[in-house]
Design a protein around this ligand. Structure first.
Ligand SMILES: CC(C)(COP(=O)(O)OP(=O)(O)OC[C@H]1O[C@@H](n2cnc3c(N)ncnc32)[C@H](O)[C@@H]1OP(=O)(O)O)[C@@H](O)C(=O)NCCC(=O)NCCS
Length: 319
């Protein structure tokens, strides 16, 4: 990334954060006048949320602090107008400039992506037609992005506090267990912390072969400047080898990382079709209805050693 892009992303991020935090102050003042006890709960929720991107992290971005749940429950019991005012105040006040995010060192290539996400979230909360449901996964993701728990890498978002469950060593065939053991011992050299990828339903513009390639490069850059991280993991229906027949357009999602040192491990089947595999594809849906396709969930483990080697980053950064 050239210096000009870096500087303009910084300037845009400064402006976006300032604008969101100004809006947050106004919304909180309005909430304070309308419902003082709820406003106090908001202050507690914001303090707890601001710690999500640093310190001792819970194992997934899905685990939000109790103060957040108390606030969400209390807001939902109010009128729709108060609940939306409260939710907007929380989201607008959560904008954190990446320079203040402490969980991981961020390479410059991530900054334009933060600018893109901050712009998207700010536009969404400014749109009066948007209903914010704080308990929905998309809003948990948005909040996690704003406080530095989920890092935008392009096609998806990396959770900075995840790890490989030890139970992965007990799954599947003997051969599969041995492969996982070797991957953990020699490639990753540990179970956690790992960067775990998640898709965001409102941010899929880079979900394509070039977007993924750029994402892997950014992930390698993050690993290189954060030596404690053991690698990248992700669980999904779209790394199922059966898709090479059913949806060959998606084969790149498995084949490219596998060719460059990632291990793919079957960790489950989705008999009810709830994994997302059927949401957008008439072909997969019809095969599922005919009993000819059951989505299988594969875990990708791309250990730091092989990912950095693929990216051409060698020497001390690998260990
Ligand atoms: C994951 C996801 C973004 C991939 O989308 P995608 O790259 O467009 O690929 P899909 O195979 O899902 O495409 C769905 C439909 O879009 C159309 N489509 C996608 N790419 C196309 C292309 N290049 N040309 C023409 N049509 C295309 C097709 O109609 C396809 O349906 P089909 O399988 O019946 O042909 C998408 O499936 C999705 O949002 N799923 C729901 C959420 C989800 O599963 N998230 C991940 C959780 S781990």
């Amino acid at each position: 990334m050239n210096e000009q892009t870096y500087l303009s992303s910084q300037a845009e991020l400064d402006a976006l954060c300032e604008s969101a935090l100004d809006a947050g102050r106004l919304l909180r003042a309005e909430l304070g006048k309308r419902d003082a006890p709820l406003s106090e709960m908001l202050t507690k929720a914001l303090t707890a949320m601001s710690l999500l991107g640093s310190g001792s992290l819970p194992s997934s971005y899905r685990h939000l602090p109790q103060a957040f749940h108390d606030f969400a429950r209390a807001s939902n019991a109010k009128s729709a107008a108060t609940a939306q005012l409260a939710a907007r105040a929380l989201v607008a006040s959560s904008f954190t400039h990446p320079r203040n995010m402490r969980a991981v060192n961020l390479p410059p290539s991530i900054l334009p992506l933060y600018a893109r996400e901050f712009r998207r979230i700010l536009e969404t909360i400014r749109d009066e037609g948007t209903t914010i449901a704080l308990t929905e996964d998309r809003w948990r993701k948005n909040l996690s992005i704003l406080v530095g728990r989920l890092i935008p890498v392009g096609a998806e978002f990396a959770d900075v506090g995840s790890g490989l469950p030890r139970s992965t060593l007990m799954r599947g065939s003997f051969i599969q267990r041995l492969r996982v053991l070797r991957c953990v011992m020699t490639g990753a050299r540990g179970f956690r912390p790992m960067l775990e990828l998640h898709a965001h339903p409102d941010s899929l513009d880079d979900f394509n072969p070039n977007g993924w390639l750029a994402s892997y490069k950014r992930l390698a850059e993050i690993l290189a400047i954060n030596p404690g991280y053991k690698g990248v993991i992700a669980s999904s229906w779209f790394r199922d080898p059966a898709l090479s027949q059913i949806s060959p357009r998606l084969s790149y999602l498995r084949e490219y990382p596998e060719t460059h040192g990632a291990l793919m491990v079957k960790v489950g089947t989705d008999k009810e079709g709830r994994s997302g595999a059927l949401t957008r594809s008439p072909t997969r849906r019809s095969l599922f209805e005919q009993g000819r396709y059951i989505p299988a969930i594969y875990l990708m483990i791309w250990p730091r050693r092989t990912m950095l080697a693929w990216a051409g980053i060698s020497g001390e950064a690998i260990d």
